[in-house]
Design a protein around this ligand. Structure first.
Ligand code: ADP
Length: 514
């Protein structure tokens, strides 16, 4: 062929260069002479010196023992015998002891039906093989993840419409058979509830059309095999071309029917609760109104009873015998106590009703005023009173004063005569609350009564032992809870009690009456 020799030379050079780049070497076995030739690249791949003299035996012995060595042995023999060409990817050990994947391609040259030469190429494919291996491993991992989850994992080619779906338990859970379609391009359109379809597609298209978005999520109903619908949560990451066109979305779909059902039930429950709370507030209000009106109206007839009783005592005192006088005394005493109960009840129903202003209250000052009020009692009993650091609080003055007064007076009152009362009043910060404590060394309260004593009219003692109407702590509780605080106690019978109450540091906002 009249080919230009320089052109041929150039082509050869290019070929050698590209072979070098692709790390493809060549080799040859001359059957007649029994010699073996390895090109420079083949020697490089095998990691031998350039002056190395190869032999067939040396070449084959470096293929990994077993499958790899057997394969190459068989291929060479078959090629010599029948001229069968080969193309194999096999593992070799280099002469320096490194392991490599190579691609060995070979064919034979025949003369008069006899093989005279076997030759071929030898390529280092180790890097390619490693990448392949990694891909296989990560694919396996991906498949395992898909198997382990109940979610559907999908890979949607937006341009062709092809969708790869993994995680078959998703469809199984919807009642579909095991091999429920994987290739149906229109599957999604068929499964999504017709009433959801437009909305979901519109929103999704909006996301696709905005190149700054790379994440889509939505909730919709998905048809089950039995025709009912499951609620699903679907989301995906969008892959875009460099000019922003969405070409692929990879994501997962989760069956959230149970969650949705709970949500619906919770919403229903909430609605019921709101209605009940309204009813409760209404009846509470009515009750309070009743207590207010009753205690208010009872005062007048009671005043009449008391005043007529004292009239009888005054006018007829001389003609009454001792028994008669005693009866009148009891009646007057009863009326007095009744008056106190009515006053306390009135007080109780008033809690939270008054329009009060918040102000900065110096708690220490309030405690001192209260102690001044009980000065006589404290001196008589030689009571020891310890007061810790007290804060200034922005709050309603009268109620907080009432709380402290009730607790301090109880601590003084519920004491054994033989013991010197010790009262310790403290306050500390507890997160967003002030926590107050009033501790005494009094008679104590058995645990079973710890809740009861906060109920209205609940007393653990009769009036002969300790005076009182059993309303004080009920008022205290009502005030504290009205301020979004808590009241509780620790106590041991015969040792003493500590009453704790908390009020939010920023409580004036939450207690403001509307
Ligand atoms: P009152 O003191 O008018 O009876 P309270 O509501 O203040 O009413 O108290 C309810 C009951 O709780 C009291 O009757 C008493 O038995 C008990 N109690 C209250 N404070 C103490 C205390 N510091 N130590 C022992 N018992 C107490």
């Amino acid at each position: 062929m009249g080919k230009d020799i320089t052109e041929k030379k150039n082509l050869e050079e290019i070929l050698t260069k590209s072979n070098k780049l692709a790390r493809i070497g060549s080799w040859e076995i001359n059957i007649n002479k029994g010699t073996v030739y390895w090109s420079d690249i083949t020697k490089e791949i095998r990691e031998v010196e350039p002056d190395f003299v190869p032999t067939l035996e040396a070449g084959i012995s470096k293929f990994k023992e077993g499958f790899h060595r057997n394969t190459i042995q068989k291929r060479v023999e078959e090629c010599i015998a029948n001229g069968t060409p080969w193309d194999e990817e096999l593992l070799i050990e280099t002469f320096k002891g490194n392991w490599k994947w190579v691609r060995s391609i070979g064919e034979g040259e025949f003369l008069n039906g006899k093989c005279i030469r076997v030759y071929g190429s030898f390529q280092d494919i180790n890097d390619k093989k490693k990448v392949q291996q990694d891909i296989i491993e990560s694919n396996e991992r991906f498949n395992l993840v898909a198997k382990a989850t109940n979610d559907l994992i999908w890979d949607w080619d937006i341009i062709s419409g092809e969708t790869l779906r993994l995680g078959k338990s998703f469809f199984e859970n919807l009642g579909y058979p095991q091999n429920f379609t994987n290739s149906n391009k229109l599957l999604w359109l068929e499964l999504i509830h017709p009433d959801d379809l437009d909305r979901v597609e519109n929103r999704r298209n909006q996301v696709f059309d905005d190149p700054s978005q790379n994440y889509w999520e939505d909730q919709y109903r998905c048809k089950r095999a039995d025709g009912s619908y499951a609620y699903v949560y679907d989301r995906g990451y969008i892959v875009r071309t460099s000019n922003g066109i969405a070409i692929k979305m990879i994501g997962s779909t989760q069956d959230i029917s149970k969650l949705k059902q709970n949500e619906i039930e919770l919403a229903k429950l909430n609605e019921q609760l709101i209605i009940q709370a309204k009813d409760l507030a209404l009846s509470n209000n009515e009750l309070e109104n009743f207590a207010y009106v009753a205690s208010h109206d009872l005062q007048e007839p009671l005043r009449m009873i008391s005043s007529f009783l004292s009239q009888i005592e005054k006018k007829y005192g001389e003609i009454l015998d001792e028994k008669g006088k005693k009866y009148i005394f009891f009646a007057v005493d009863g009326a007095k106590r009744m008056r106190q109960i009515i006053l306390d009840l009135l007080e109780f129903s008033r809690v939270g009703r008054q329009e009060l202003d918040v102000e900065e209250v110096n708690i220490r000052l309030i405690i001192d005023e209260i102690l001044d009020l009980y000065k006589k009692q404290i001196e008589e009993k030689k009571a020891i009173i310890v007061i810790g650091n007290m804060p200034n609080i922005i709050t309603f003055k009268a109620p907080i004063r009432q709380v402290l007064q009730n607790l301090i007076s109880n601590a003084l009152k519920y004491q054994q005569d033989s013991i010197i009362p010790e009262i310790n009043i403290q306050c500390e910060r507890d997160y967003d609350f002030w926590k107050f404590s009033v501790k005494d060394n009094g008679i104590g309260i058995e645990e079973e009564y710890h809740d009861k004593i906060f109920e209205i009219f609940q007393r653990l003692h009769n009036k002969e032992e300790f005076s009182g109407t059993g309303i004080g702590l009920a008022i205290v509780k009502k005030i504290i809870e009205g301020m979004s605080g808590k009241i509780y106690l620790t106590s041991q019978k015969g040792v003493g009690s500590t009453f704790y109450f908390t009020i939010p540091i920023k409580q004036f906002q939450s207690t403001k009456k509307d």
